[in-house]
Design a protein around this ligand. Structure first.
Ligand SMILES: [Zn+2]
Length: 277
C-alpha cells in the first residue's frame, strides 16, 4: 500500500478546509508514492522522533505541529528545522501534519482533552463562521458530529458533579502529568462548567467568560491576559504540550481503526521543548 492511501484518508477525516489561514497542515515532506512501512504518531517532529522512525523502519510520521510554515527560503541544513528536513528526505520519510484542522474539528484536540478530564456534554466553544468549512468532517468515533458540535475553536462542557476547586486542579495535574499549573488569583470555590482549548487559546478567553465557565484551561497565556480576565473568568495555563498530548492518541486511534494491519504507534519521545524545574 502506498503512503498516499493513509494521507488521503487523513485528509478526509481532518479536512484541510478547517485549518486557519496562517497554517500549513497536510502532507508536506517526502514522496507519498512509496510503499508504506509503518507510521509513527507524534505531537512534534524532533530528532528523537526521526531516530525512532529510522530504528523502527517506519517511513511515515504523522505529527500535530507542522514542520514548515510560510517563509522557508532554503533547505540548506544550517538550522534545526532545515537539518531535520534534510534528514527526513535523505531517509525517504514522509511527514503529514494535522494541526488547526484537528483543533477545529468537533471531537478534536480540545474535546479529547475535556474527555480525559471528565468534562461531559462537550460542545464547540466558538463555532467557525458559516462558510469557512467547505467540506464536512467524516464521522468517526472520535469526531461524532451533533448539531451542537460545529467545527470551531475550543470546547465547553460540565463535570458530572461540581468539584471543589483544589480537587479539580489536582485532577488536571494528575491526568496531564503536570507538576504545576499557572492560575489566576481569586479561584472559584467549586468547578462545574469547564471551558478548554488545547494549545494557544488566549483568543478564546472572552468567549469562555461570556459563557460563564468556572475555569478556562488552555496554554500560552500572557501576563496581561490574566490582568484583563480579572472579575470575568478564572484562567489556568496547563502547558502547550500537556494540553495537546492526547491528540496523539486521537490520531493513532483513527488510523488503526481503518488500517489495523499496518505497524502504527505513538512515539516514545516526550517532544515538549519545556521542562519544569
Ligand atoms: Zn499546538
Amino acid at each position: 500500500m502506498q503512503i498516499k492511501e493513509i494521507i488521503d484518508y487523513l485528509d478526509l477525516l481532518y479536512p484541510l478546509s478547517l485549518q486557519e489561514d496562517y497554517d500549513n497542515a497536510g502532507h508536506k515532506v517526502g514522496d507519498a508514492t512509496q510503499q508504506l512501512t509503518g507510521i509513527l504518531v507524534t505531537l512534534d517532529v524532533t530528532d528523537d522522533v526521526i531516530d525512532e522512525a529510522l530504528a523502527s523502519g517506519f517511513n511515515l510520521v504523522v505529527s500535530h505541529h507542522p514542520m514548515i510554515f510560510a517563509g522557508l527560503k532554503s533547505l540548506v541544513p544550517t538550522n534545526t528545522q532545515t537539518r531535520m528536513l534534510n534528514r527526513l528526505i535523505k531517509n525517504d520519510i514522509c511527514v503529514y501534519s494535522a494541526h488547526t484542522n484537528l483543533d477545529n474539528l468537533p471531537g478534536g484536540v480540545s474535546f479529547i482533552l475535556g474527555e480525559k478530564l471528565g468534562v461531559r456534554n462537550l460542545k464547540t466553544l466558538k463555532p467557525m463562521c458559516p462558510g469557512k468549512s467547505k467540506q464536512q468532517p467524516v464521522q468517526t468515533d472520535a469526531n461524532l458530529v451533533t448539531a451542537e458540535q460545529q467545527p470551531g475553536g475550543g470546547a465547553i462542557g460540565e463535570l458530572d458533579t461540581p468539584l471543589p476547586y483544589r480537587d479539580f486542579v489536582e485532577r488536571v495535574k494528575r491526568v496531564l502529568q503536570l507538576p504545576m499549573i499557572k492560575c489566576s488569583t481569586n479561584p472559584p470555590s467549586d468547578v462545574k462548567c469547564v471551558a478548554l482549548c488545547g494549545g494557544s487559546g488566549s483568543f478564546l478567553i472572552d468567549e469562555a467568560a461570556r459563557q460563564h465557565a468556572d475555569i478556562y484551561l488552555t496554554s500560552d497565556i500572557k501576563y496581561h491576559d490574566y490582568q484583563k480576565a480579572v472579575g470575568t473568568i478564572h484562567l489556568a495555563d496547563i502547558g502547550h504540550y500537556e494540553s495537546e498530548q492526547f491528540a496523539q492518541e486521537l490520531i493513532y486511534n483513527d488510523i488503526i481503526k481503518k488500517f489495523s494491519n499496518f505497524a502504527c504507534r505513538i512515539t516514545k519521545a516526550k517532544t515538549s521543548y519545556i521542562q519544569y524545574i
